[in-house]
Design a protein. Sequence first.
Length: 336
Amino acid sequence: MVLKSEQHCSRKPEDTCLHHRAFQKSPIKTHAVEPAASVFKTKTQIRRTIEAEGIPYTYVACNALAAYFLPNLGQLDDATSPPRDKVVILGDGNSKAIFVKEEDVATYTIKAVDDPRTLNKLLYMSPPANIMSFNELVSLWENKIGKTLERTYILEDQLLKNIQEAPMPLKFFLSICYAAFVKGDVSKIEVDASVSVEASHIYPEVKYTTVDEFLNQLRSQAELTSLRAEESSKEFMIGGSTPIVVVEESKLCTLEDWVKESGSIAIDERGNILAEELGYTSSEDPCHTLAEESSCSLAKEPDDSLAEEQSRAERSGRSLAEESSHSLAKESSRAE
């Protein structure tokens, strides 16, 4: 919350200077339970004090931040990507919620800074395409990944019990979710033109990110992560018919840059073969350094050309010995 002094802000509604901004969820008309209820009550008291003092203001109600709730579809675990098998939904999943990407919150807020239409009003962010229930959200995600998720619903009575028993900060998070996603408080605020304005309505030129577009980004990220995991889990072999790649000392690669071609060897900056990263253990392959790898490779795969040279030399040696013996026999015969 930022307050501007009298010399920087007049109290006239027509003034367009930078005035007080309260970046917060609207605490008006809520079904919140503790501990969220106390926080909302305090925010309401602060608002009333600001208004009583005649301080110019704009309250910003941004609703549910997309990058906070959508990456794992609001799951209560530590997952950083949307579920692909099972999903937990608070309540019956039918209450509407509003999701706004953080960059869009910033864009709308910057535009409202010197806009006389937002002076002494609530700037409410409710992009039409981003108003949806959790059931609709999950269905949208299912369509994108081509799978049907197993849905588990935590109904209102059970959720209230969970809130009472949960430790902080989970207790606070659940109490927020109860008001926003079970009771649908964020989608029930009425935009009264005398005290509030809706951001996407007064700034139609802003192309906000829709939930559909945000989920497309999540799907692309999930596919990329899956592809990388598949590549890193390929079975690499040393010896046998698999070619061995010798990396010069000046070209030792890091974990991120290790060669991805089949049969390659991953080597860290110290020249150690990253056995575990390659899918085999040190017990399966004794080679751990470049020098050891080189000797092991020779032991495992004798050079065919070297073996041929040795064979040719042996044959040549036998030929010379036979010729020498034959010559000695001839000389001895002449002498007799």
